[in-house]
Design a protein around this ligand. Structure first.
Ligand code: ATP
Length: 220
């Protein structure tokens, strides 16, 4: 099974890495593909360029070279925005053929906003959805989303291997209470980020003067 992890990764942090690792293990995925988006159509507040986010993801991959099967898909990053997950998943489906199980990994907060995604109901026509825990995001889902989910939900990860797409799995991954937003603000205030950012990524951020100015709340 191939697990695809999409996000803005602005910057990529320990919550992403540990969650991806736990999810890959839980669903026994042989490959984990990091899919940075050029700019989320839902949040227009990117603080670094696509090339800088690519560089930070490459530093993350180098630091975690022991993790088998990790790779980078730059298909969205260098395409003109907006980029949509459904298009990337269809591209992957076309590439791997109809039988290969594909999973798309997201945190619980992303699931909450799923109904705003382009063609969200078609996502499970192409891939499984694998949902990781995220501290502070355990609130109830909209009823129609909850119903949609229950029709697809499975509780045993191994069932994902039995079909190429169509299931939703909610995982109980260990909590990593960190977000890129928290980190951008810590970096603006020049607070330590040791526990959450790979040292090589922190060095890159400092060298390039990223995230120095405060976030524009209007763009959040
Ligand atoms: P921001 O604070 O800018 O919104 P973020 O930290 O949420 O960023 P994204 O790049 O937007 O990071 O997230 C990509 C994916 O990773 C999303 O599906 C998100 O739910 C998930 N994710 C991010 N941080 C965590 C975390 N600490 N634990 C679990 N999942 C996470």
């Amino acid at each position: 099974m191939i697990l695809i992890f999409g996000g803005s990764f602005d910057p990529v942090h320990r919550g992403h890495v540990e969650t991806a690792r736990a999810a890959q293990r839980a669903v026994a995925a042989t490959r984990l593909v990091w899919l940075p988006t050029s700019r989320s159509p839902l949040k227009d507040r990117s603080r670094s360029t696509p090339a800088q986010r690519e560089a930070m993801l490459r530093l993350m991959l180098a630091a975690n070279a022991g993790d088998a099967g990790w790779s980078l898909d730059l298909g969205e990053l260098h395409a003109p925005p907006p980029a949509y997950t459904i298009d990337s998943l269809r591209r992957w489906r076309a590439e791997v053929g109809p039988q290969q199980p594909l999973g798309f990994l997201m945190g619980r907060d992303s699931l909450q906003g799923l109904m705003q995604w382009r063609h969200w109901q078609a996502l499970t026509d192409v891939a499984h959805l694998v949902i990781a825990s995220r501290p502070g995001h355990a609130v109830a889902l909209p009823e129609s989303l909850q119903n949609w989910l229950e029709n697809r939900q499975i509780s045993r990860p191994e069932l994902l291997q039995s079909r190429p797409f169509g299931h939703v799995l909610l995982l109980d991954t260990p909590p990593w209470p960190v977000s890129s937003t928290d980190l951008r603000s810590a970096l603006t205030d020049q607070r330590p980020t040791r526990d959450w950012l790979e040292p090589a990524i922190r060095d890159y951020i400092d060298q390039h003067g990223l995230y120095r100015s405060p976030e524009n709340p209007a763009a959040s």
